[in-house]
Ligand binder design. Structure first.
Ligand SMILES: Nc1ncnc2c1ncn2[C@@H]1O[C@H](COP(=O)(O)OP(=O)(O)OP(=O)(O)O)[C@@H](O)[C@H]1O
Ligand SMILES: O=P(O)(O)OC[C@H]1O[C@H](OP(=O)(O)OP(=O)(O)O)[C@H](O)[C@@H]1O
Length: 219
């Protein structure tokens, strides 16, 4: 069996664009857009294997070398701080980290007035770093999703979450009062794979970079 190049793709919001960016770079993506529960797609002829993962698990698969390359949001990369090589900013999947509060409590107030409060988030490290840098002490409560629910039911006073269109905040009567940083999807590599499979990875990365740049120029 040939030495396959394994690429971890995130199911969910980034999936379609991730497959497109690989197809545009000339990789065979047959079967990846079909409605399926399959998690591994092997193409011996093309020397490729794709694995479909939960977005938050991509850094783990890549760090351990179960995948050579992966596509994952910068938000997840920063939160997990795994030992990965970040190779390309793919420019899709734009979102930003914010601190948000219920509209009624936020009105006319500054973040520093919420010291010692409770913060719900899916990103405890991002939240803790942010408040530490502000010299604030907060209690961080980790949730796995639907973060906007926490203030509505009294679980937390505020949230740290990612925002894209702002619709989820609006529809849950929350307002962003602080921006933390913005994020887009990135292509990442396992450190050892990057060296051992350099002759396959480098031309792919260069092609992806070229395509990302071309799109930017056109837009
Ligand atoms: N509303 C959004 N708009 C654009 N990009 C987003 C949005 N929400 C999340 N993202 C980006 O897409 C990535 C994957 O989000 P998605 O909602 O598909 O999975 P998830 O539910 O966060 O992952 P998991 O199932 O592993 O918890 C995020 O890490 C972020 O980079
Ligand atoms: O600004 P918007 O365009 O409304 O997008 C923001 C929402 O998207 C993400 O949630 P996701 O859909 O991933 O669900 P989750 O809360 O279960 O993670 C994020 O956590 C917000 O809830």
């Amino acid at each position: 069996m040939r030495n396959l190049l394994t690429i971890a793709l995130p199911k969910g919001k980034l999936y379609g664009d991730a497959v497109d960016i690989l197809a545009e770079a000339g990789l065979c993506v047959d079967g990846l857009k079909e409605d399926s529960r399959k998690m591994v797609f092997t193409n011996e002829k093309a020397g490729l294997k794709y694995i479909i993962c939960r977005p938050t698990d991509i850094p783990t698969f890549v760090e351990y070398g179960a995948a050579d390359l992966g596509i994952v949001g910068k938000d997840t990369i920063v939160e997990q701080d795994k030992d990965l090589m970040e190779l390309v900013d793919l420019r899709f999947g734009y979102c930003r980290f914010v601190v948000a509060l219920p509209e009624v409590t936020a009105h006319g107030r500054d973040i520093s007035q919420f010291n010692h409060r409770r913060v719900a988030t899916k990103f405890p490290n991002v939240a803790e770093n942010y408040f530490r840098q502000r010299g604030m002490q907060v209690e961080v409560i980790k949730l796995h999703g639907n973060i906007e629910l926490a203030p509505a039911v009294g679980l937390a006073d505020m949230i740290v979450d990612i925002v894209s269109t702002g619709r989820t905040l609006r529809e849950n009567q929350l307002v962003a009062i602080e921006d933390i940083f913005s994020a887009t999807a990135r292509m990442v590599a396992n450190r050892v794979s990057y060296r051992l499979k350099h002759s396959r990875i480098q031309p792919l990365i260069e092609e992806v970079r070229r395509n990302v740049k071309d799109k930017e120029v056109r837009s």
